[in-house]
Each structure stands twice: as structure tokens, then as C-alpha cells.
Design a protein around this ligand. Structure first.
Ligand SMILES: *Cc1c(COP(=O)(O)O)cnc(C)c1O
Length: 411
């Protein structure tokens, strides 16, 4: 063990040193490796039986991935994490491992598109989902039935930036013994600690802010130590060993990851671990850039509306101020009807027309025509997605250059 460390970035940067340092390497090496050999057959058996710690097979365990899991746990102030090949794999495997036929999920209606699609698929398999306006705990409470097992919310929704009633939903779930899963992708553990609002599990798409460089896909789920799984009916007897606050993550790893096999590769784990070291620096800068651009857009006559939790007129501005260290890098805006969406986007030079978010580059995407195209105009309208809505994920560029780029595109 190294010296005690305190701040967010200090903890992340020095985390690999808390464990054995291989050959003095300050970065956890990339173990491009699937199988693990043992000289003693009894030791091999003990590792498989879980009576001795060790590595069994690459689908479940890899030292480079374990090192990243430890970093994610530290960032989320949790007790244990499991990493996956993508954020969707983290969400899908978590729900698959914890739910059974007949169970019910209450989910925020303001949801990442693929999570929405996944939950609709669960509906085909007799795991039903109620989608509610999670900006109010009352809507969540009204949808809960005796079959409800999980409440699922995102922190800041994409693209309209609604902020869930995170703290009150946490209190409600604690009172009713419900598993509370928070998708922290949009805020990242630097801006928001889901543990503080009583979340049971927190999921992150590591692809976005934590990896941060648009060069690796990954996902993570972290047990936060808040939930007593001995009250949860779906934990198999073989995973009911040790602390009841860890049974959930054990079942996700031992059953979910093994069965579905959506493992994170060691090279991607290394990229993400490198990225995570600068998470705090990047997100602060991205938040500052987002605020500067939103203020500019809000005052611009060719802009109809701006959606960003950092603005005074945002419906959950006060809540966001209370919960988050800064307001993050994601915002969206609608153009006045006289502005041609395509011309405007095509005149941008610094800002890249692309999906993804949390990259070092500022990215812009016309939401209705891309990521929300498949659902059709009617459903888009019901979700408040205007046809001219542009989502921006601010990067770390110099803010003057971003403002100049927008000004030129409005000319
Ligand atoms: C991107 C994203 C995901 C899925 O992550 P992938 O790594 O792309 O699979 C899940 N939730 C939110 C909020 C996201 O933005």
C-alpha cells in the first residue's frame, strides 16, 4: 500500500501503485492474454472454486481489466466494479443478471436511445418496463408495483438535458427496498457521486467521458455498498456468500459476464485507464466551454432555445447546482425557422459533425435526423425533440475558437 491519498485525481492517477507493481511499471501493463497456467493442479482447482484468488479465464478476468475496475471503483467511491466491452453491455448484463421473468422496471422516459430499445426488448420477454418522467419522484412512486425490482435513471438526459430527481428517488428506493441503478455517463463520477444519493449500482459508458478520447469502447457497473441484497429475491444461493452488500455485483460478474461474455479487452482497458487520469481536467474544461457557448447561443437572435442545466432558465437548474460539481459538456439548442439546419452545420469547421460525446473534440449532431430518426416524427414530438435540435458535446478546444466557429456558421 502506498501513502494515503485523498483528492479525486490523486486517487485515480496513483491507483495502480496500490497493488503489486510489475517490473516497476507505473502504468498497469497490457496483458494480451486469455488463459492462465498453474504449476499445481490443486491451485488451479482452488482458483476455479473461488477459495484462492487468481485468474481463471479471459472472459471473466484479466489483470489489465482488473486494474481499470479498481480505478472505476475508486472514482465512484464504490466497493467493487465489473467492466464490459461497451456501456450497453454493462447495462444489458446488469439487468439480465438481476431480473427474472415477471419482474418490473421503472425507468426514466428520458433515456439514451439504445437503453430505451433494450428495455423494450425486455418487454418482449415478460420483464415489463414503465417509462416515467423521472424529474419528479412522484412519477416514479406512482409507477411502482409489487413486482418492481429496479428503478433506472440517468443523471442528465440526452439530448434535452432533463435532470432526474436523483436524491428523492434514492430516498424512495431505500424506503421500499428497491434496487436503484443510476447511469452516470453524462456527468461522470467527477461531477456526480451516485453513492451520495443512495444508488445501489452506478453504470458508466467508459466510451464517453471516462475514456474521453474517442479511441476505445467500454462500460462499467459499480456496486456502491448501499443496498442489502439479502432482501432481494433474485440472488442465486451460490452468490450469497460474504457481505450482503456485494451479492449483486458478484452475481453480475459470476453469472452475467460469464453467461453473456461481453468482456472488455485489455487494450481497450488500457486506453480507458489512461484517459481516466485526466477526467477531472477534461470535464471541467468541457463544462466551462459548454457554459460559454450556451451563454453565446442564448443571446443569439437566430437561436430559438438552449437546453443546458447550467442556465438559469433550465427547469432543474437549482437541482443541478446542488447535485453536480459543474454542469457538464452536453447541451442542445433549436434554431429559428429562418436558419437552414444543414447549411448551418456544414459551415462549421472546428466543430465536428459526429455522434459520440465526451470526446476532446467538440461534436455536433442534428438529433431528429440521426440518433432519433428511427423512432419517427410523432414519438420525437412527444419527447420534445424539435426537428432543428442540434446536440453539442463540448470538447477541450480554446473557447474563443469554438465561439468564432459558431459565429461564422450563423453569418
Ligand atoms: C453512450 C451511452 C451509453 C452506451 O454506451 P456505449 O459504450 O456506446 O455502449 C449508455 N448510456 C448513456 C447515457 C450513453 O450516453
Amino acid at each position: 500500500m502506498g501513502p494515503p491519498v485523498k483528492g479525486f485525481t490523486t486517487k485515480v492517477v496513483h491507483n495502480d501503485r496500490q497493488d503489486t507493481i510489475e517490473h516497476g511499471s507505473l502504468h498497469k501493463p497490457i496483458h494480451a492474454n486469455v488463459a492462465y497456467g498453474y504449476d499445481d493442479a490443486k491451485e488451479l482447482a482452488a482458483v476455479f472454486q473461488g477459495t484462492k484468488s487468481g485468474y481463471s479465464y479471459g472472459r471473466q478476468v484479466n489483470p489489465t481489466v482488473t486494474a481499470l475496475e479498481s480505478k472505476v471503483t475508486v472514482m465512484e467511491s464504490g466497493v467493487a466494479s465489473v467492466c464490459f466491452g461497451t456501456g450497453m453491455a454493462a447495462i444489458g448484463t446488469t439487468m439480465f443478471a438481476l431480473l427474472r421473468s415477471g419482474d418490473h422496471i421503472v425507468s426514466s422516459a428520458f433515456l439514451f436511445g439504445n437503453t430505451n430499445s433494450l428495455f423494450n426488448t425486455f418487454g418482449q420477454m415478460d420483464i415489463n418496463v414503465s417509462f416515467v418522467d423521472a424529474t419528479s419522484v412522484d412519477a416514479v412512486a406512482a409507477a411502482v408495483t409489487e413486482k418492481t425490482r429496479v428503478v433506472f435513471v440517468e443523471t442528465i438526459a440526452n439530448p434535452r438535458t432533463q435532470v432526474a430527481d436523483l436524491a428523492r428517488i434514492g430516498e424512495f428506493c431505500a424506503q421500499h427496498g428497491l434496487v436503484y441503478v443510476v447511469d452516470n455517463t453524462m456527468t461522470s463520477p467527477y461531477l456526480f457521486q451516485a453513492k451520495a444519493v443512495g444508488a445501489s449500482l452506478v453504470v458508466n459508458s467508459l466510451t464517453k467521458y471516462i475514456g474521453g478520447h474517442g479511441n476505445a469502447l467500454g462500460g462499467g457497473v459499480t456496486e456502491l455498498g448501499n443496498y442489502d441484497w439479502s432482501t432481494f429475491p433474485n440472488i442465486y444461493p451460490e452468490y450469497q456468500g460474504g457481505e450482503p452488500t456485494k451479492w449483486g455485483i458478484t452475481q453480475i460478474k459470476k453469472k452475467g459476464l460469464r453467461d453473456l461474455g461481453a468482456s472488455l479487452g485489455p487494450e481497450a482497458a488500457h486506453h480507458i485507464a489512461m484517459g481516466s487520469e485526466t477526467l477531472a481536467l477534461r470535464v471541467q474544461r468541457q463544462s466551462d466551454n459548454a457554459m460559454a457557448i450556451c451563454r453565446y447561443l442564448q443571446a443569439h437572435p437566430k437561436v430559438k432555445r438552449v437546453y443546458y442545466p447550467g442556465l438559469d432558465d433550465h427547469p432543474q437548474h437549482a437541482r443541478a447546482q446542488e447535485l453536480f460539481r459543474a454542469f457538464g459538456g452536453l447541451f442542445s439548442f433549436e434554431l429559428q425557422p429562418e436558419v437552414d439546419l444543414w447549411d448551418f452545420l456544414n459551415r462549421l469547421n472546428v466543430i465536428v459533425k459526429s455522434s459520440n460525446l465526451g470526446d476532446n473534440r467538440t461534436l455536433a449532431i442534428p438529433v431528429a435526423h440521426t440518433i432519433y430518426f428511427e423512432m419517427g416524427a410523432e414519438r420525437r414530438a412527444s419527447m420534445g425533440i424539435d426537428e432543428s435540435l442540434i446536440r453539442i458535446s463540448s470538447g477541450i478546444e480554446d473557447s474563443e475558437d469554438l465561439l468564432a466557429d459558431l459565429a461564422a456558421a450563423f453569418e
